[in-house]
Write a protein that binds this ligand. Structure first.
Ligand SMILES: Nc1ncnc2c1ncn2[C@@H]1O[C@H](COP(=O)(O)OP(=O)(O)O)[C@@H](O)[C@H]1O
Ligand SMILES: [Mg+2]
Length: 270
């Protein structure tokens, strides 16, 4: 309970309920294991309201687990998670209202049309009447899917499917958007269109936490978190992470090898 002696609550706002100016996402010493595997280990982080933060790192680093924890899909083994100043475990249902989460494999209904898929989400969030029409137009418009409203979702290209997935997650206008490698395997033009939608959401002050394997997308973020072996190695602006290196990829590989002596030995045989 916030304010109790057993737990002081988020350090920036001791004992406070949701407060303007508190970080939008806050993790304190969060760990999560699956059996013997530590997927997330002692992660502490803050994401400010309105920031777009990119999560990067190799396969198996723990990115998906971290995003699922923040989205409230799984519970932490240890530590505290706050979203909008609310305890993500204790106030899970309220926290879920703040969040739009697009998992790595987002489930569209392939036999339903584009419009029907969107309607499904509008129904879930009980959005009816004029507001429903307005949001339908808005998010289909953003994603350039208006001309394809009657097409079966299963017949869309990979990039269009991902844009429809994003539209479905956006219809309830969440404060926080959590996206797990949303553009994986998508062609460059569609990736750019996807990020154009995110740019619109950023203008509206949405907080975005997005994992990506594409470093050109990483460069668009306000801050990047580099994850390796269940831990966050570094958090900084893309420019500061890259400083002194030819590109972001070199800078990140350097940091991973510096943190992981086993990997460095394998690579250089020292
Ligand atoms: N549900 C699960 N059950 C067992 N192991 C898991 C589960 N989810 C993730 N892991 C393990 O946790 C580690 C981190 O996985 P993941 O979070 O998917 O990393 P990433 O998204 O960076 O590839 C991996 O070793 C993975 O095998
Ligand atoms: Mg993953």
């Amino acid at each position: 309970m916030p304010g109790s002696s057993s737990h002081p609550g988020p350090p920036s706002e001791p004992g406070a309920h949701p407060v303007a100016g508190s970080p939008m996402i806050q993790l304190e010493a969060v760990s999560k294991s699956f059996g013997e595997v530590a997927a997330v280990s002692d992660v502490t982080l803050n994401i400010r309201r309105g920031d777009t933060v990119g999560l990067v790192g190799s396969d198996g680093a723990g990115k998906t687990t971290l995003l699922r924890l923040v989205a409230g899909m799984i519970l932490p083994g240890e530590g505290r998670i706050y979203v909008g100043g609310l305890d993500a475990v204790g106030q899970r249902s309220r926290v879920k209202e703040l969040i739009g989460y697009m998992p790595q494999r987002f489930g569209l209904y392939p036999d339903l049309s584009v419009g029907e898929n969107l309607d499904f989400f509008l129904d879930i969030f009980s959005i009816y009447g004029k507001e429903r029409t307005r949001r339908r137009q808005r998010y289909l418009g953003f994603s350039n899917l208006l001309p394809f409203v009657d097409r079966r979702a299963g017949d869309l290209s990979g990039g269009m499917k991902q844009k429809l997935g994003l539209a479905c997650v956006l219809v309830h206008q969440p404060d926080v958007l959590i996206l797990d490698e949303p553009t994986n395997g998508v062609d460059p033009v569609s990736r750019q269109e996807f990020w154009n939608i995110l740019a619109e959401m950023r203008k509206n002050g949405m907080t975005i936490f997005v994992s990506t394997a594409y470093l050109d997308e990483g460069e668009k973020c306000d801050r990047l978190m580099l994850m390796h072996n269940a831990r966050i190695l570094t958090t900084d602006t893309p420019a500061r992470i890259q400083a002194g290196f030819d590109n972001l990829e070199e800078a990140m590989i350097h940091r991973i090898l510096a943190a992981d002596t086993t990997l460095a030995e394998d690579r250089f045989g020292t």
